[in-house]
Design a binder for this molecule. Structure first.
Ligand code: GDP
Ligand code: IMO
Ligand code: MG
Length: 424
């Protein structure tokens, strides 16, 4: 399996961290390709729980190479803090490489993220306020500071001299009373440079060499398809391409090297932050899903909005990224519900469609198919005997998803722990 890509098929938090950790054991390198520390990926291995925001989930397997690709935006303080936290948990994190083309999240990006959100008022996105959007904006505007700049102090200073006065004007336009000081920012970056320089390299060359040598590479997506800046619920999205194209541009690997695209689908739907969510449940079932699924954000601690599985969304993800197989997660959370609904189409002002529209998402009325629930899930027995001992109704639920999306379910996750995983 030369290259496998992990893609979130909904609005993030589908369980990408857990599934990446599972496939990491058969990979030589694990690579993050987009996003930044807006992500929160949880892995429960043995008696330890790891919550990673920026580092690839493969970092906890110390014999693997972990790579932060060029498509990622890096808050250098978070990077160093996360490495320290792992070391405190006994993980050395020595096998990490960072792309020289990756952009840095600067202090003014975080200030501007907050300022833009306040400016939007009730139209706010509900961002994680980590500076993600302003950093990607600078990348596209060609005003960004990159990891390579940390290796060239002269060039770094020149760039800061040019860009900081501009950012100061922007902050003033937003009425933010902060004076950006070039010298301390420069000095801090030089400290960061000292600590990170040995990790910075052309990771695209490194990864292409691994590919040539027949190594297998796992690309770990962050966020989810509906947060993709092109294919998601714009403007209520993140600022990167979370779909499969991001894995190509964010690593420098050729598209033709991708053999498998694994879509991570939560058995119901959640969303953090603002924006359309057609199958959202504002009732006791929604509350139940949030409690049973422990749906609180890994990054900001916010409660996640919960709702029924939306197959229009999942089909959108399958088709946009060419998902070849589905890892279905958190199906254990549905145990005990008598009747389950899955959304199979939308009614938008009287027009029926099974395609997610570019706009008008607030006018969507979901059309549901009712399926039977199951009373009990004997996790121990299933782990011993395999998928044939999953409840009959659960297997019907899974068969319905496969038939609707045309993608095979190759893995079912029935609990947060590493071993609570069934391969089909
Ligand atoms: P990610 O952002 O896609 O990596 O997902 P998060 O880690 O933010 O959120 C998923 C949460 O569900 C984490 O707390 C996981 O430990 C947990 N989880 C993952 N798979 C399962 C599962 O199959 N069942 C249950 N109950 N929890 C799961
Ligand atoms: P993982 O990788 C869920 C959401 C934010 C907000 C929007 C834009 O754990 O699945 P941003 O800070 O990126 O500009 O915020 O995107 N968001 C996530 N929601 N899981 C995530 O990551 C997310 N990363 C960003 O809540 O609505
Ligand atoms: Mg998450």
């Amino acid at each position: 399996m030369p290259v496998r890509v992990i893609i979130g098929a909904q609005w993030g938090d589908e369980g990408k961290g857990k599934v990446t950790d599972f496939y990491a054991k058969e990979a030589d390198a694990i690579v993050r390709f987009q996003g930044g520390n807006n992500a929160g990926h949880t892995i429960m291995a043995g008696d330890k729980t790891f919550k990673l925001h920026l580092l690839p989930s493969g970092i906890i397997r110390e014999d693997k190479l972990s790579v932060i690709g060029n498509g990622v935006v890096i808050d250098p303080d978070v990077l160093l803090r996360e490495i320290d936290e792992l070391r405190a948990m006994g993980i050395l994190a020595n096998n990490l490489r960072i792309s020289d083309r990756a952009h840095l999240i600067m202090p003014y990006h975080k200030l501007l993220d907050g300022a833009e959100e306040s400016f939007r008022g009730k139209e706010k996105i509900g961002t994680t306020k980590r500076g993600i959007g302003p950093c990607y904006s600078d990348k596209i505007s060609r005003l960004g500071i990159r990891m390579e700049d940390l290796l060239d102090p002269e060039k770094l200073r020149e760039k800061l001299n040019f860009v900081i006065p501009l950012k100061q004007k922007l902050l003033m336009a937003y009425n933010i009373d902060v004076q950006l000081q070039i010298e301390p920012i420069y000095a801090h970056l030089l400290e960061i440079s000292e600590k990170t320089a040995p990790l910075i390299t052309d990771t695209s060359v490194l990864l292409r060499k691994m590919l040539k040598d027949g190594k297998s590479i796992l690309l770990e997506g962050a966020q989810g398809t509906m947060l993709d800046v092109d294919h998601g619920t714009y403007p209520f999205t993140t600022s990167s391409n979370t779909t499969v194209g991001g894995a190509v541009t964010g690593t420098g690997l050729p598209a033709s090297a991708i053999e498998n695209v694994t879509g991570i689908v939560k058995a119901y739907t959640t969303r953090v932050g603002e924006g359309p969510f057609p199958t959202e449940l504002d009732d006791e079932i929604g509350y139940h899903l949030g409690q049973a699924g422990k749906e609180f954000g890994t990054t900001t601690g916010r409660s996640r909005r919960c709702g029924w599985l939306d197959l229009v969304v999942v089909k959108h993800a399958v088709e946009t990224s060419g998902i070849t197989e589905i890892a279905l997660t958190k199906i254990d959370v549905l145990t005990g519900l008598k009747e389950l609904k899955v959304c199979t189409a939308y009614n938008i002002d009287g027009r029926i469609t099974d395609n997610f529209p570019a706009g008008k998402a607030e006018s969507i009325r979901p059309i549901y198919k009712n399926l039977n629930g199951w009373d009990e899930l004997d996790t121990k027995m299933v782990l011993k005997e395999g998928h044939t001992s999953l409840p009959k109704e659960m297997r019907e639920y899974m068969a319905f998803i496969e038939k609707y999306t045309g993608a095979r379910i190759s893995m079912v996750s029935i609990g947060p722990h590493r071993e609570e995983t069934i391969i089909l």
